[in-house]
Write a protein that binds this ligand. Structure first.
Ligand code: ADP
Ligand code: GLC
Length: 476
C-alpha cells in the first residue's frame, strides 16, 4: 500500500512530545512490513541539513493562490516531504505562534496540492491530531473534479482531544474550505472553526492511541465536548496502542547512558543511578528510591495532585528528579520546593539526552496523569526496567499492570482516584515493595520484557488501512 503520513512533528527532525515519537517510528514499522510509506511535515527552522529540492507547487486557498517549495529529507529510510513556506514555518519552534491556524491550515491544503508535484498518489493519507485534520475536509472538494483524489482514503488519529485547533470563521473563509462544511454537522463548533471536528466528520476512519482512551473520549468526562459526535461514529472509531522505537529506546545500545545494560546485566543499571544522582546533586545513596518524571508540565500530566503530594513523597526518604517545561503555575511551585529540598531536582528545559539518563537512572517513573491518550513515558521506562507508577487512565491503564493487584503479571503500580492521597498511597506501595527487595528483580525483568514494540500495532494500522481502502474503492 501507498501511505502518506501527515504530522506536525516527527523525531528526529522535529519533536515536542509523543506525537513526534510516533510519527518518527510508526512509518518505519510500516515500511518494514513492506509498504511504501512517506511522511509529510512543514519545513521548520530547525530542519536544515541535507535537504533535496524537489519542486515548487501552487497551493490554492479561498483567498489567494500561494506557492510553496517541496523538499525532501529521510527518517530511517522513510522519505519525508517537507512543505517549504518560510514566512509560515522558518521559525525556531513547532507551535505556539499567533498564526498557528493559518500555518497548519495552509499545511493541510498543501498536503493535497503537492501530490501532483510529488507524483505520489497514496491509497491512504493518515492524518494526526488537529494540525493535519483538515486534509479529509479539503479532500472532499478536490475529489469532486479529479479521480486521482477520489481514490484516496483517509484515517485520522486523535493523539490528544484536548487540543482541537479552534479559530475564527475568517480563517475558514481564507482557507477556502467547502462552504457546506460550515455548520454544526461540519467544521463549525460554537461559532468557530474546529480543525479536529472537521477531521472527525470527514475522515473515512477515526482512531486514537489506546483502546481505553477510545472508550473514554465517548464520555462527557474525557470527550472535550465532542463525545456525542464521537459516539455517533460508533464502529468507525477504534483505539490502537502506540509502540516505541526500539532503536531509539534501547538500554543495551543507548549511547546517552553512562553504562549500557540489558535484562541479563541489570546490575549495570546501578551506575546510571549513581551518575544521575551526581548530575542532579542528590545524595549518592544506592538504597534511596529514586523517582524520575520527564514530562510536559501541564494539568494533563497530573501536576495539580503531584504538587500537593510531593513534600510527603520526599518525606518518605525518596529522591525525585523532574525534567520538563510547561505552565508557570506548576513550574514555579515545583522549582520553589526544589530550592528548599536537597532530595528534589527540577530541570525546566527540554533535553533529549538527559531524558534518556533519567529513564535509565531512576528506580521508578511517575505518571499521575489526569488523562492520557496513550503515554510513551511509561512505555520507555518499562523498557529501561524503571518501574512506572501511574494513574490508571487511557493508555496507562492499557500498559501498566499493578503489582499488588496481580503479583504474577504486574509490571508497575497504579492508582485510580485523581487525588494527592491516592498518588501518595501508590508511591508508598511501590517504595515498600522496593525496600522489601524480595521479588523486585523479577518485577524489573517483567517490565523489561513487556512488548512495547510497533510489531502488533503496525499490523493493526495496516488492517485498518485495508478496510478503508476497500470501502473507498467500493464507492468509486
Ligand atoms: P505527550 O505527548 O502527551 O507529551 P508522551 O508520554 O506521549 O506525552 O510523550 C512525551 C515524549 O516527550 C517522551 O518521549 C518524553 O521523553 C518526551 N519529553 C517530554 N518532555 C521532555 C523534556 N523536557 N525533555 C526531553 N524529552 C521530553
Ligand atoms: C499525545 C498524548 C500522549 C500520546 C502521544 C502520542 O501527546 O498526550 O498520551 O502518547 O500523543 O500518541
Amino acid at each position: 500500500m501507498k501511505i502518506l503520513f501527515a504530522s506536525a512533528e516527527a523525531y528526529p527532525l522535529a519533536k515536542v512530545g509523543g506525537l513526534g515519537d510516533v510519527a518518527g517510528s510508526l512509518p518505519k514499522a510500516l515500511k518494514a512490513l513492506g509498504h511504501d510509506v512517506r511522511i509529510v511535515l512543514p519545513r521548520y527552522g530547525m530542519i536544515k541539513d541535507s535537504l533535496e529540492d524537489l519542486a515548487r507547487f501552487p497551493v490554492d486557498l479561498g483567498a489567494a493562490g500561494e506557492e510553496a517549495g517541496l523538499r525532501m529529507a529521510r527518517i530511517g529510510g522513510v522519505p519525508v516531504y517537507l512543505v517549504d513556506k518560510p514566512d509560515l514555518y522558518d521559525r525556531p519552534k513547532v507551535y505556539e505562534y499567533d498564526d498557528d491556524g493559518k500555518r497548519f491550515g495552509f499545511f493541510c491544503k498543501a498536503i493535497l496540492d503537492m501530490l501532483p508535484a510529488a507524483d505520489f498518489w497514496p491509497d491512504i493519507i493518515h492524518v494526526n491530531d488537529w494540525h493535519s485534520a483538515l486534509v479529509p475536509a479539503f479532500l472532499r472538494s478536490k475529489s469532486a473534479g479529479d479521480a486521482r483524489f477520489r481514490r484516496i482514503g483517509t484515517v485520522l488519529t486523535i493523539h490528544n482531544l484536548l487540543h482541537q485547533g479552534l479559530f475564527s470563521r475568517e480563517l475558514f473563509e481564507w482557507l477556502g474550505l467547502p462552504g457546506d462544511l460550515w455548520g454544526p454537522g461540519g467544521a463549525e463548533f460554537y461559532g468557530q472553526l474546529n480543525f479536529m471536528k472537521a477531521g472527525i466528520v470527514s475522515a473515512d476512519f477515526v482512531n486514537t492511541v489506546s483502546p481505553t482512551y477510545a472508550r473514554e473520549i465517548q464520555t462527557a468526562e474525557f470527550g472535550e465536548r465532542l463525545d456525542g459526535l464521537l459516539r455517533s461514529r460508533g464502529s468507525k472509531l477504534s483505539g490502537i496502542l502506540n509502540g516505541i522505537d526500539y532503536d531509539v529506546w534501547n538500554p543495551a545500545k543507548d549511547s546517552f547512558l553512562t553504562q549500557k545494560y540489558s535484562r541479563s546485566t541489570l546490575e549495570r543499571k546501578r551506575s546510571n543511578k549513581t551518575a544521575l544522582q551526581k548530575e542532579a546533586s542528590l545524595r549518592e545513596d544506592a538504597k534511596a528510591p529514586l523517582i524520575g518524571y520527564v514530562s510536559r508540565v501541564t494539568a494533563q500530566k497530573g501536576f495539580d495532585i503531584l504538587i500537593e503530594a510531593l513534600p510527603k513523597i520526599l518525606d518518605q526518604g525518596v529522591q525525585f528528579v523532574l525534567l520538563g517545561t510547561g505552565e508557570k503555575k506548576y513550574e514555579e511551585p515545583v522549582s520553589e520546593l526544589a530550592r528548599i529540598r536537597s532530595d528534589l531536582m527540577v530541570w525546566l528545559k527540554y533535553d533529549e539526552a538527559l531524558a534518556h539518563r533519567i529513564y535509565a537512572g531512576s528506580d521508578f517513573f511517575l505518571m499521575p496523569s489526569k488523562f492520557e491518550p496513550c503515554g510513551l513515558g511509561q512505555m520507555i521506562s518499562l523498557r529501561y526496567g524503571t518501574i512506572p507508577i501511574v494513574r490508571s487512565t487511557g493508555g496507562l491503564a492499557d500498559t501498566v499492570v499493578d503489582v499488588t493487584g496481580d503479583p504474577s503479571k504486574g509490571n508497575g503500580f497504579a492508582f485510580r482516584e485523581y487525588t494527592p492521597d491516592a498518588l501518595l498511597e501508590a508511591v508508598l506501595r511501590a517504595v515498600g515493595c522496593y525496600h522489601v527487595g524480595r521479588g523486585w528483580k523479577s518485577i524489573v525483568q517483567r517490565a523489561m520484557s513487556t512488548d512495547l514494540s510497533w510489531n502488533a500495532s503496525a499490523r493493526q494500522y495496516v488492517a485498518l488501512y485495508e478496510k478503508v481502502r476497500a470501502r473507498v474503492s467500493a464507492a468509486t
